[in-house]
Design a protein around this ligand. Structure first.
Ligand code: SF4
Length: 112
């Protein structure tokens, strides 16, 4: 679904049917998140960019909101994990690379 910032995000849900005006982020609105989601967070959120760059079905993400500068500025922080390699993914746009490894026969050997 398209976020208020204009990006497609599978975690955004908006219900505008019959006068409803309910919006939620199904990634951030988790009981462990102390700071609740607000629609303005979508404009700076890295998740739509990550989903566009990496469609790996093994990568899971969780997100929370971090406050900066006396709580005035809020930011979405992502943590990603690969269920296949069982490792944290440092660059979620790229992935951990485990399921896209280059076969040894395709690697060009260095000439001496
Ligand atoms: S905050 Fe991020 S993950 Fe949540 S709906 Fe907006 S773009 Fe998607």
């Amino acid at each position: 679904m398209r976020t208020p910032a204009g990006f497609d995000c599978k975690y955004f849900y908006g219900d505008y049917y019959r006068g409803n005006n309910r919006e939620e982020c199904r990634l951030i609105n988790h009981p462990i998140n102390e700071t609740p989601w607000t629609r303005d967070l979508c404009s700076q959120c890295p998740v739509p960019r990550i989903l566009l760059a990496n469609a790996c079905p093994n990568m899971e993400m969780d997100a929370h909101v971090v406050k900066h500068f006396l709580g005035l500025r809020k930011q979405v922080v992502i943590h990603s994990y690969c269920t296949f390699s069982k490792k944290d993914v440092a660059e979620p746009e790229i992935g951990c690379g485990k399921c896209h490894e280059i076969p040894p026969m395709a690697v060009q050997k260095e000439e001496k």
